[in-house]
Design a protein around this ligand. Structure first.
Ligand code: ATP
Ligand code: SF4
Length: 320
């Protein structure tokens, strides 16, 4: 059996604040196969962005990757030197960060910004070849190549986001992490940008980790769905399987709390509050809100277990 493109093993990322360690990612493990789109969902503060930043090795103090492995294409990213990691970024994995469009430099033309990344990794390409590549990339994200000579303030939000996507795919990486890539855009533009990302993902055969809250968008966009809660992974399975028959009580609540019309929309309204990640509850971290909790749930952490091929769940009710 071939190895998965990405293997995350028992990853822990904590933020060390005055009050103690915030366990933002606390023993997360999962695999992602090449060319597959994985949606990462969970309420605000469940650790999704921390997970993405860890993968890019962009966790800054007071955050720290405590332990674990992040193996991409056979190489543990945590063992790479700074220089090797810099090369790996863009060449093998890249990210469209949250609020990416605001990360464009306002006083630099688009082509200059795109050129910087390309030059870094294509020292053999001539200026003309780089210019041609930029035009090709802008066309790939449905932008007029004239955009190359414009400044960010001359572009709409959707156009800026397309530029960020062009930058992320510029080296045709194996994996792109997109952290809420459309959340700042209006709904119509969101759908257009998402359709464009899907098209490119298929064309280039990329694996994609799509982070978001919108389960409706996820249902339409991703092959597999990963559900996080309070820094831990609760359930992973094919999207259709999860929507058809969610096993984990938290996933069940997420899906049943959606507006009924085709289960589309942003989830809200699960009773109770998420626990403090400074002092997470013992046992199953969801037991304080779980309608099915029993004694064992307060005492033992459920092991994230493959209950059917490709279907992983952390719940005593399912894995006992
Ligand atoms: P959202 O959906 O709102 O973006 P998220 O699921 O991406 O949330 P994270 O942003 O990864 O969650 O946050 C996980 C936890 O880590 C939260 O409890 C958050 O308060 C904490 N956290 C994140 N960044 C820091 C930081 N720089 N310092 C201290 N705590 C942090
Ligand atoms: Fe609920 Fe227990 Fe399952 Fe946790 S382990 S989700 S508390 S039933």
């Amino acid at each position: 059996m071939t190895e998965a493109l990405l293997q995350i093993k028992d990853l822990r990322v904590y933020y060390h604040v005055d009050a103690g360690a915030v366990r933002a990612v606390d023993g997360v493990s999962f695999n992602l196969e090449a060319g597959i789109k994985l949606g990462l969902v969970g309420e605000s503060g469940s650790g999704k962005s921390t997970m993405a930043l860890a993968l890019m090795r962009m966790i800054k103090a007071p955050g720290k990757i405590e332990s674990g492995q992040m193996i991409l294409d056979g190489v543990d990213l945590l063992q790479l030197s700074e220089e090797k990691m810099r090369q790996t970024k863009l060449m093998k994995l890249s990210m469209i960060p949250q609020g990416a469009m605001n990360s464009l430099n306002p006083v630099m033309r688009i082509d200059k910004q795109m050129m910087d990344g390309l030059e870094d990794h294509n020292s053999l390409l001539s200026k003309e070849e780089l210019t041609a590549r930029i035009q090709e990339l802008l066309t790939a994200v449905d932008l007029d190549p004239k955009v190359a000579k414009m400044y960010p303030h001359e572009l709409s939000g959707g156009m800026k986001q397309r530029v960020c996507v062009a930058m992320a795919i510029s080296m045709e990486p194996d994996l792109i992490i997109a952290d809420e890539p459309t959340s700042a855009l209006d709904v119509v533009i969101q759908r257009q940008v998402m359709a464009m990302i899907n098209r490119l993902q298929e064309k280039l055969g990329l694996a994609l980790i799509l982070i978001g809250h919108d389960m409706g968008l996820m249902a339409q966009s991703v092959d597999r769905l990963a559900v996080m809660y309070a820094g831990r992974m609760m359930e992973i399975a094919d999207t259709k399987v999860i929507f058809g028959n969610p096993l984990h009580p938290y996933t069940q609540l997420l899906i049943s709390s959606l507006p009924v019309l085709e289960n589309k929309g942003v989830f809200s309204g699960i009773p109770g509050v998420t626990p403090s990640l400074l002092t997470p509850p013992p046992g199953c971290v969801f037991h304080t809100r779980c309608p099915k909790a029993r004694d064992v749930c307060r005492e033992r952490i459920p092991v994230f277990t493959e209950v059917e091929t490709g279907r992983w769940v952390a719940c005593h009710l399912i894995t006992a």
